[in-house]
Design a protein around this ligand. Sequence first.
Ligand SMILES: [Zn+2]
Ligand SMILES: [Zn+2]
Length: 392
Amino acid sequence: MPLVNSIADAAPELRAWRHDFHQHPELNYEEHRTAKVVAERLRAMGFDAVETGIGQTGVIGVLHGRNGPGDEANAIMLRADMDALPIHEMNDVPHRSLTDGKMHACGHDGHTTMLLGAAQHMAETRAFDGTVYFCFQPAEEGGAGAKAMIEDGLFERFPCRSVYGMHNWPGKPMGQFLTRRGPLLAASDEFQITLTGLGGHAAKPDTCIDPIVCGAAIVQSLQSIVARRVDPLESVVVSVTTFKSGDPFNVIPETAFLGGTVRSFDAELHERTYEQIERIVTNIASAHEIKAEFKRPDNMYPATINDAAQTDFCLEVAREVAGPDMVVDGVDPTMGGEDFAFFAQIKPSCFMLIGNGDSAGLHHPRYDFNDEATAWGASFWTRLTEKALPLE
Ligand SMILES: [Zn+2]
Ligand SMILES: [Zn+2]
């Protein structure tokens, strides 16, 4: 059974909704307009309840099935993210971002629209038994909006047995669904290093303590962690992404700042990697007579670990929607991070990838969500609900 007919028929309307979100991108916790539009749509569809302001700008739509509400064992949560990125859009399309320096470069405009498309259909048919919570979360891009909603009492206020999420995937065919059991997306974490030496005249290096030379040695040595300290069959990324220091050509600066990210799938290995980074920084700085300050900001995203049974279930739903040939069971994990991981730590969950066709990559200034994917995603949400909460 392919696309849900009424969802396919609603394609022009859903496209208009998506283009409206695309034109009005909002960053982490600033999704006031988006949240308002989402809440208004859900209310207009006749939802049983619509709660706003959860985790600052999150929205939950509550929909009961034909036989009224269900308890926790008969309730599921479907999640979409709403936030955009601080990127200047380079697309020349009529629905281009109206705000310079902000754009929907990760397709969260599409994720929100897919879930709204499913909401519209399900509010009409209610062909399920129990409760579906439609979760529209803020601040996926580095702001840990999922965590903010959980800390705001998400699962106490909206008790459910499982949570499902979906992300579009550029380069995969339209109508294709992909996922895997276990780790799908990596833990994503940050480090910051401030080196303080002694600045002075570039022509008198012997009277200075140069933080740039020390920083360069640290960058080089950090490469040895993955190459020499990690089991070659395990996966870790250590990337230095920022190195700021100095300005005039004839001055040795006093300070240097380095920053970067650690990605991994294994919590123990992740912690060990941090210990090694800190040891390298401390010891190399000491050898250079530099004062080093090592910081690990509290904004880690854990690895997204798919529950095996929920993954089998989602793959079955995907096969019904897209056909067995369009479902990839066991896609390679990726080093990207996702804050859906916070939901998956608490509830048995599955995160799906859905093909976005031959588009630019995620976070690219020429990326645009493929509107054809909306009907596939919305049909998937609908079938998933009807299968998870079947009517007698
Ligand atoms: Zn993103
Ligand atoms: Zn994203």
